[in-house]
Design a protein around this ligand. Structure first.
Ligand SMILES: Cc1cc2nc3c(=O)[nH]c(=O)nc-3n(C[C@H](O)[C@H](O)[C@H](O)COP(=O)(O)O)c2cc1C
Length: 181
C-alpha cells in the first residue's frame, strides 16, 4: 500500500535551493511513496494562549501530520541551526501537551547550502527536536548537500546526474525506512 509522506521545506524563498531539492526528491521517489510538499509559511507563531481557540492553520497542519505515514524535512541552515519557520511548524504540531501528532512518524532530513558544510548544524538540530518528539529518524544515508548551487543543470531545476543518483539512493532508502514501521 502507498505511504503518504509530508514534505516540509525550511525556506520560504521562491527560488529556494532546498525547495528545488525537495521537488527533485518527489520526482525521484518510488511509486510506493505519495509525497506532498506542505506549506508552513502561513502558520501563526506558536503561542500557548491561542490553544483555547487554535488558529485554523494550526489545526489543519496538525491534521495533515496526523494523517501522514512519514515526514521528510528539507532545509537550509540559518546561523548554524533550524530556520524559525520550520521550528515553528515542529512546535505547532507538538502541542497541545500530550497531543503531539509527530509520535511514531518515520522521518528523515536533508539539508542543503551553497556553503561547503551542507547545513550540518541545522540537520542535527532538526534531528534533536524531532527525536525528542518520538519521530524515528533514518540515520543512514545522511544527506548534507554542500555547494548546492552547483548541483543543478542549466534549467536551474533538474539536478546533475551524480546528484540525481545520490538523491535516488536516498529516497529509496527512506522508502525502506518508512515500510519498516
Ligand atoms: C538568516 C540567514 C542565516 C544563514 N546562516 C547560514 C548558516 O549558518 N550556514 C549556511 O550554510 N548558510 C547560511 N545561510 C545561507 C543559506 O544557506 C542560503 O541563503 C541558502 O540559499 C538558503 O537556502 P534556500 O536557497 O533553500 O532558501 C544563511 C542565510 C540566512 C538568510
Amino acid at each position: 500500500m502507498e505511504k503518504k509522506i509530508t514534505v516540509l521545506v525550511g525556506s520560504l524563498r521562491k527560488e529556494s535551493f532546498n525547495r528545488k531539492i525537495a521537488m527533485e526528491l518527489i520526482r525521484l521517489a518510488p511509486k510506493s511513496l505519495n509525497m506532498e510538499l506542505v506549506e508552513i509559511g502561513d502558520l501563526p507563531f506558536y503561542n500557548e494562549d491561542l490553544e483555547e481557540n487554535p488558529p485554523k492553520q494550526w489545526t489543519d497542519f496538525r491534521e495533515t501530520i496526523k494523517n501522514s505515514d512519514g515526514v521528510l524535512f528539507v532545509s537550509p541552515e540559518y546561523n548554524r541551526t533550524i530556520p524559525a519557520v520550520l521550528k515553528n511548524a515542529i512546535d505547532v504540531a507538538s502541542r497541545p501537551g500530550g497531543k503531539s501528532v509527530w509520535k511514531g512518524k518515520p522521518g528523515s532530513v536533508v539539508t542543503a547550502s551553497p556553503s561547503g558544510i551542507g547545513g550540518f548544524g541545522a540537520n542535527h538540530n532538526i534531528r534533536q527536536a524531532v527525536v525528542f518528539l518520538d519521530v524515528p529518524m533514518m540515520q543512514q544515508p545522511e544527506m548534507y548537500l554542500g555547494k548546492v548551487h552547483e548541483l543543478f543543470q542549466e534549467d536551474g531545476k533538474t539536478v546533475i546526474e551524480r546528484t540525481e543518483k545520490f538523491l535516488k539512493t536516498y529516497i529509496d532508502a527512506y522508502a525502506n525506512w518508512v515500510y519498516k514501521f
